[in-house]
Design a protein around this ligand. Structure first.
Ligand code: SF4
Ligand code: SF4
Length: 353
């Protein structure tokens, strides 16, 4: 850890700016080369454009034992982390989660599952899951649990936008950023061979594919929940839903993709060199991926074993993990996705459009 990570990142960015060997690797270098002098906001923006693939470190001739001692992925990870902690609302919660994320995630899942286990003593008299927990009770819990973290995240992003000097957002900026996210363009390594995250001589697309599985799996699960809500309120079709209904057509493949993607990301993260990441926050990173895995796995288990005696326990565990996921969202790595999107929009403003 550096006393002043931004200052150290500035030193390293100035060396890269002279060298330019990694020009085509990712969005960081073209953005870096657009300036000669880096403000604190510019460094924060570069850090949030970096996704820690480690390609530049493995290609660099100035890493230790060279006196320049370059470790761009490591220092950008530290600045990135600091930027999330300082802009999170409230900031103290971000710091606590990043350092103890795995424990906090597990504790919150079990605490929330216990809450739902208790609530099932007051059944709602509905069908399916609602026979155990009333629909209105779920709405009363999940509506604020969804909206308040979004509000906290919006404050954090607004602070980030001010810090990096963001301008008025126009539609072409948003289209450019979403295009990059949809293809995970920056995880292709510039040359199209992917990252050498696991081993310095072996490029692979595994990291890109696992991120895509997580992102698209999450979006499908979100579509499953949204379609269920519309069927309930607009078409008066309450759960449970059949196998060929929209909630299940979206939810089952989404859950499978999320399970595979989160397991894959945990595996890849465990193989990456901690010194090229920010080792102090690995607990928070693992905690978030683990949380997503529990949400998807318990959701699939509910589909598979929902007609057995395990239903009540699985329901409490699944609802508890979903609630924990929402509550921890602004402080977990979920926020990373939103900050990264903001960084890509800002990048489109600065360098492309
Ligand atoms: S990481 Fe190393 S090789 Fe790449 S641009 Fe910077 S100084 Fe050059
Ligand atoms: S670690 Fe990867 S994403 Fe980050 S600056 Fe280096 S090449 Fe770019």
């Amino acid at each position: 850890m550096y006393d002043n990570p931004i200052e150290e990142a500035r030193r390293q960015a100035q060396i890269c700016n002279s060298c330019r060997y990694c020009e085509s690797y990712c969005a960081v270098f073209p953005s870096m080369h657009a300036s000669r002098i880096f403000s604190d906001g510019d460094i924060t923006q570069l850090a949030n454009l970096c996704h820690g693939c480690q390609n530049c470190f493995n290609a660099c001739q100035y890493t230790e034992p060279h006196e320049f001692s370059l470790n761009l992925p490591g220092i950008l990870a530290e600045v990135r982390q600091e930027s999330w902690e300082q802009t999170a609302f409230p900031a103290a919660l971000g710091r606590v989660f990043h350092r103890n994320g795995t424990l906090i995630s597990i504790f919150t899942v079990f605490a929330m599952a216990a809450l739902f286990w208790i609530l099932r003593s007051f059944p709602g008299g509905g069908q399916g899951f609602y026979a155990f927990i009333a629909h209105n009770t779920l709405v009363a819990i999940f509506t604020p649990a969804f909206l308040l973290p979004l509000f906290a995240l919006a404050i954090g992003l607004n602070r980030y936008w001010g810090r990096v000097g963001g301008e008025r957002v126009r539609i072409p900026h948003v289209i450019e950023a979403f295009g990059s996210v949809a293809k995970m363009r920056n995880l292709a390594g510039g040359h199209g061979d992917g990252c050498n995250f696991e081993d310095e001589d072996r490029f692979s697309h595994k990291r890109r594919y696992m991120h895509q599985l997580v992102m698209y799996g999450f979006l499908l699960c979100f579509a499953a929940t949204a379609s269920g809500t519309i069927m309930h309120y607009v078409f008066d079709m309450p759960a449970p839903y059949g196998l060929l209904s929209f909630p299940k057509i979206f939810g089952i493949p989404g859950g499978v993709m999320l399970c595979i993607g989160t397991l894959g990301l945990m595996h890849l993260k465990s193989k990456g060199d901690p010194d090229l990441q920010f080792p102090q926050v690995r607990g928070g990173e693992f905690g978030f991926i683990l949380l997503l895995f529990i949400v998807s796995f318990t959701g699939l288990a509910l589909y598979a074993f929902g007609s057995t005696l395990a239903l009540e326990a699985l329901l409490a565990l699944h609802l508890g993990s979903v609630l924990a996921f929402f509550l921890l969202m602004p402080y977990s790595k979920m926020a990373h996705g939103f900050y990264r999107l903001a960084a890509l929009i800002r990048d489109a403003q600065r360098t492309r459009l």
